[in-house]
Design a protein around this ligand. Structure first.
Ligand code: APR
Ligand code: ZN
Length: 357
């Protein structure tokens, strides 16, 4: 079982064989078709977020169900699935009140301990799961709720990016912010997440979509997917109804708040390194009736929203192909992460032969 692993924070990414155990009750094994390389994986590799190591990296991907654990009745072998990094427990107070993106077991057990819902890992040799997914591998075991069944008439090596970047971006616009038609929108950072926010704003019928990125190549792509204006410095943004920080640097979060019109909302979508604080002027915020919103996984309900996004792609209302800079074999995971860090790529997909269909 080949996988891209990180043995310790700051170490280099290695390809190695890791034993994978059988799915337990309520779990499935998925043979991975493609896995997207996201900035969050970079945070982990650089040691900016504290996750248990050694870890099998990756939290975005697609594949085919290859084994069923006991009690799994709503998935079948051969089903095409998108992996979700909120494999909700379905029992905690957030799950039962319709907010699976805030699942307590995911937040308190799965993510911090690098395990599945029952508190244990399905990887052998002491390896951990990354966000309950670990998609940089030929096969994975995930909770049933972490494998979202999708229609079969879309290519798995395109829709793989829906699992993190696209769901996060579209969800932030529709679910977290509720952007109405004719709103004016700013988007800081035009990586996989920001470009998805831009597309969400376009689908919502925003009247202005101002894209901001320090990298001119990213701004060209932003225009292609729906931005109506571009700027290279977040300080140039002003008087906007919604500003999305799709990077999560302290200065970009502060710029997002400063750029709001009366009654505007700043939405924090990109995730900063742990332990940082940002500043805002509470008097100005109160007087202007403004809001600061946090958006975890775009406040999505994966079971509902991922199939919705796939339908948008199929209806040619959503451009996924432009977000994918290229495909590389799993063996080149480290190079793909370096390319992302250097700003040379948007989304790179790591492709696994086993999942081709
Ligand atoms: N001002 C404007 N743009 C910037 C700045 C800045 N100060 N600094 C970086 N950028 C741009 C980069 O040029 C790049 O285009 O932000 C973009 C970030 O894109 P990616 O590296 O592709 O990141 P992405 O995968 O989209 O994730 C963004 O969301 O999921 C989280 O952890 C993830 O924090 C990350 C964020
Ligand atoms: Zn991600």
């Amino acid at each position: 079982m080949k996988a891209a692993v990180l043995r310790a924070p700051g170490a280099s990414v290695e390809i190695t064989a890791v034993p994978l155990h059988e799915p337990r009750a309520g779990e499935v094994e998925v043979t991975i078709a493609a896995a997207g390389v996201c900035h969050s994986d970079l945070h982990v590799v650089r040691g900016e977020w504290d996750v248990p190591t050694p870890v099998v990296l990756g939290h975005e991907g697609s594949g085919v169900v290859s084994k069923l654990g006991e009690d799994v009745t709503d998935l079948e072998i051969g089903d095409h699935v998108i992996l979700s990094w909120v494999p909700q427990c379905e029992h905690c107070r957030y799950c039962v009140s319709g907010r699976p993106w805030q699942c307590e077991v995911v937040a308190n057990v799965v993510a911090p301990n690098g395990v599945l819902l029952d508190g244990t890992s399905r990887w052998g040799d002491g390896f951990h799961h990354y966000l309950g997914v670990s998609s940089f591998a030929e096969r994975v075991v995930v909770p049933r709720s972490g494998a979202i069944k999708i229609r079969r008439d879309v290519p798995l090596d395109v829709v793989a990016i829906v699992g993190c970047a696209v769901a996060t971006g579209l969800g932030a616009v529709r679910n977290t912010a509720g952007v109405p038609p004719e709103a004016t929108v700013g988007v800081i950072g035009c990586g996989g997440v920001g470009l998805s926010v831009i597309q969400g704003a376009r689908l919502a019928g925003a009247s202005r979509i101002v894209a901001c990125d320090i990298n001119p190549a990213k701004l060209e792509v932003a225009t292609k997917v729906g931005a109506t204006e571009t700027v290279s410095d977040a300080a140039e943004l002003s008087d906007l109804d919604f500003v999305f920080d799709a990077i999560g640097r302290i200065e970009t979060t502060e710029a997002a708040i400063a750029a709001l019109a009366l009654g505007g909302a700043a939405v924090i979508v990109g995730l900063p390194p742990a332990g940082k604080t940002a500043r805002f002027d509470p008097l100005a915020l109160a007087e202007a009736n403004q809001r600061i919103l946090g958006s975890n996984y775009g406040s999505i309900d994966p079971q509902q929203d991922i199939p919705w996004i796939i339908d948008l792609y199929k209806a040619e209302m959503l451009d996924l192909d432009t977000l994918i800079s290229g495909r590389r074999p799993l063996e080149e995971a480290a190079d793909a992460l370096e390319d992302l860090a250097a700003g040379r790529t948007l989304r790179t997909l790591l492709t696994m032969d086993g999942g081709r269909s």
